[in-house]
Design a protein around this ligand. Structure first.
Ligand code: F6P
Length: 358
């Protein structure tokens, strides 16, 4: 008997269900022995509190196209993993007990960077763990692509497309805030695809005067509007010098701790132009996965199944140089894949007239 536990952790994204379906079908179709799949509810919390259910064929029927996760998810921050539960029990010990109680052969964890740290800890504690790279941010180190990313790019792009007509009618400057606190793959790609004039990323601190310059140049050229794709974590060159604490304090006076409102105020003050802010928020993580993500997540799932049947654990399934591969969990945990300000894609975007405000 082969017993497999599965959980989804961290912020949800499209194609989580497609990936789990891939794992399930890949194992069921190829295992030479009976298999039991257990799904933990709401991420690591389910494993900590022993909340799980036996998953059957029915659970995976008709979910390829469905966004979100049939298991539910939650954030269990790594920095809190060693804080005991209110009743004094140790969370890691609870997870280990659940694993051994169910006599699991392995745990499959679908999650992003933070969740990978906990997965690595469990692996170091002796559990057999395989992870799949999930996040709309595409910021997981060790893989060229994460599932969910292409679907989020598609949504953010469509939103920027829609903003064009209203921006043009009113002759306004628009700030479209795209998810990405620390890493800017999503605003970068959606910005290019949506024809943004300015893209601001956490990795490239901006200079307000450069932004004003782009807006005024466009005005002089008779262009009625300017569209900016701004990462949640975009930061000015000045603010990049502040401590994290001082920076958050500074943003507190805005309705939402977002750089976009401050930026809008500054642009209006300097140019007299009407500026509107549209925060895309969680809409980017919702809805049905695009075809790319369905294929990609299914492939990752099938690959994870192959590894389970080979008993190869302690790795994240990754996609590098157009090939499926694996990366040791210890290498992935805690590392982010940032946008390199000197990357080809940045140079190409600049060469077609997109400003990064630097
Ligand atoms: O990690 C994915 C992500 O969508 C980030 O881009 C975003 O900043 C964050 O999650 C939002 O998290 P939450 O859903 O907890 O508000």
């Amino acid at each position: 008997m082969l017993r497999i536990g599965m959980l989804t952790s961290g912020g949800d994204c499209q194609a989580l269900n497609a990936a789990m379906r891939g794992v399930f079908k890949g194992v069921m179709n190829n295992a030479k022995e009976p298999v039991e799949f257990y799904g933990f509810e709401d991420g690591y919390k389910g494993m900590i509190n022993s909340r799980f259910r036996l998953l059957t064929e029915d659970d995976f029927s008709n979910i390829l196209t469905v966004g979100g996760t049939i298991l539910g998810t939650s954030r269990t921050p790594f920095k809190e993993i060693h804080n005991p539960l209110p009743d004094g029990r140790d969370k890691v010990e609870c997870m280990k007990q659940t694993y051994y109680k169910l006599q699991l052969d392995c745990l499959v964890m679908l999650g992003g960077n933070g969740s990978a740290k906990t997965a690595n800890l469990l692996s170091e504690e002796g559990l057999n763990v395989i992870t799949l790279p999930k996040t709309i941010d595409n910021d997981l180190w060790g893989t060229d692509m994460t599932f969910g990313f292409q679907s989020a790019v598609d949504i953010a792009t469509r939103c920027i497309d829609e903003i064009h007509t209203t921006a043009s009618s009113h002759g306004r400057v628009f700030i479209v805030e795209v998810m990405g606190h620390k890493v800017g793959w999503l605003p970068l790609n959606a910005g290019i695809a949506g024809g943004a004039d300015i893209i601001l990323l956490p990795e490239i601190p901006y200079d307000l005067d450069k932004i004003i310059d782009v807006i005024e140049t466009r005005d002089r050229q008779g262009k009625r509007f300017t569209i900016m794709a701004v990462a949640e974590g975009a930061i000015s060159k000045q603010d990049a010098q502040l401590s994290k604490k001082d920076y958050r304090k500074k943003l507190e006076k805005y309705t939402f701790p977002s750089v976009s409102y401050e930026l809008a105020d500054q642009i209006t003050k300097k140019t007299g132009r009407e500026v509107r802010v549209t925060i895309l928020g969680h809409i980017q993580r919702g809805g049905t996965p695009v075809a790319y993500d369905r294929v990609f997540a299914s492939r990752l799932g099938a690959e994870a199944a192959r590894l389970i049947l080979k008993k190869k654990y302690g790795v994240m399934v990754a996609y590098k140089n157009r090939e499926m591969t694996t990366v040791p969990l210890a290498e992935v945990a805690g590392k982010l894949k940032y946008v390199d300000p000197n990357a080809e894609i940045i140079k190409e975007a600049k060469s077609i007239g997109i400003s990064f405000g630097d």
